[in-house]
Design a protein around this ligand. Structure first.
Ligand code: HEC
Length: 144
């Protein structure tokens, strides 16, 4: 019992300590609204519902997103997500860059996106097969 208590005490201490590690979360990054992607409303509705938290400069963070170690994973997802694809700055891309990204979106909406861990916490973000198809067709990319 004494051993167990000691272990719990250390675990608790560790948990409290890791809360002090600063993380770089910028949920709302000021961006020129003119740079946001221009796409038909039904397409934008899907992106805003399923992709926005990781692929835009307007991330909605739930309370648990500030608690380590969850916060580490989530801030990495937002950071990486924005680097790969940022709908908030889409219109600043060159036509070539957009074309490349559309190809990536085409592939990503098959299964990979939105991330499974995200869908677990946000079931409403999951895409129906029809929505996946609609996005793929909209990208104008041919099947491999
Ligand atoms: C929970 C955060 C999250 C959500 C929600 C999310 N993504 Fe991602 N996305 C990422 C991360 C992180 C990456 C970086 C690559 C990786 O880790 O797999 C990524 C990568 C991508 C890429 C580049 C992939 C490649 O390898 O070419 C595309 C395209 C993409 N996401 C599209 C989407 C679309 C479209 C949605 C909505 C239907 C979406 N994502 C939802 C986190 C997310």
């Amino acid at each position: 019992m004494v051993v167990l208590k000691t272990i719990i005490k250390y675990l608790l201490g560790f948990f409290i300590l890791i809360q002090l590690i600063p993380i770089n979360y910028e949920d709302q990054v000021k961006t020129d609204p003119a740079l946001e992607m221009k796409a038909p409303p039904e397409i934008m509705a899907v992106f805003k519902r399923s992709c926005w938290d990781c692929h835009s400069n307007n991330t909605v963070l739930p309370w648990y997103s500030h608690i380590a170690p969850v916060s580490w994973t989530m801030s990495r997802h937002v950071d990486l997500g924005r680097k790969w694809l940022n709908f908030s700055t889409w219109e600043s891309l060159t036509p070539e860059e957009k074309d490349k990204k559309l190809g990536e979106i085409y592939t990503a909406v098959f299964v990979a996106m939105p991330l499974k861990s995200y869908v677990f916490a946000h079931p409403e973000a999951d895409l129906t097969p029809d929505e996946r198809k609609m996005i793929r067709e909209w990208t104008g990319k041919a099947p491999f």
